[in-house]
Design a protein around this ligand. Structure first.
Ligand code: AR6
Length: 180
């Protein structure tokens, strides 16, 4: 599914983020940037050992929840990896939506700062961190839409959803944002 916001494209695809031919891909990391499973494990495996070396050298103190830091893409097709730290879902009353929104927003700022024309996101926080997919889709897509309408870049924001359930949840929310 693809939608235009101003002159920018927002796309939803089902697939593997490590294979995306974009300027930057976003990792769903933890605050110690220590690596892990899920999309984090897949990205580190595909990027090679230099990614962890670079991350620990540049960011020895990790990254707070709700923010993101940039490294090169190692052996990935993408030039950069933005390591975003989403919140753990604790029922929805612990600031989770603000933290998820600010992690996404920081990645879009990093894309502009690094002159990236295209960026791909996974469904941050919706795996091990337990954020309900439909609620995460609502937060994530609204942040992307508002940023594109306000800044007019990056040219392409793609959400890469690993499974059909996530893809469906993101499609249903995006339908509601068209023309709203
Ligand atoms: N491409 C795109 N999406 C993927 C891929 C992939 N190759 N692999 C998994 N996903 P998760 P979180 C989806 O658990 O909830 C890690 O251990 C997955 O199906 O990776 O933010 C970190 O180190 C799900 O929809 O991230 C942290 O400790 C989504 O990516 C913690 O997990 C996010 O699931 C972060 O948890």
């Amino acid at each position: 599914m693809r939608v235009l916001f101003g002159s920018c494209r927002l796309e939803l695809v089902q697939g593997d983020i490590t294979l995306q031919n974009v300027d930057a891909i976003v990792n769903a990391a933890n605050s110690s940037l220590a690596g892990g499973g899920g999309v984090d494990g897949a990205i580190h495996q595909a990027a090679g050992l230099s990614l962890m070396e670079e991350t620990s050298l540049q960011y020895p103190d990790g990254c707070p929840t709700g923010s993101a830091v940039a490294t090169s893409g190692g052996e990935l097709p993408a030039r950069y990896v933005f390591h975003a730290v989403g919140p753990v879902w604790k029922g929805g009353l612990k600031g989770e939506s603000d933290l998820l929104a600010s992690a996404l927003h920081r990645c879009l700022e990093l894309a502009v700062e690094h002159s990236c024309r295209s960026i791909a996101f996974p469904a941050i926080s919706t795996g091990v961190y337990g954020y309900p997919k439909d609620l995460a889709a609502n937060v994530s897509l609204n942040v992307a839409k508002d940023f594109l309408l306000e800044h007019g870049r990056p040219e392409l924001v793609r959400f890469v959803l690993f499974d059909g359930g996530s893809y469906g949840a993101f499609c249903r929310v995006l339908e509601t944002l068209i023309g709203s």
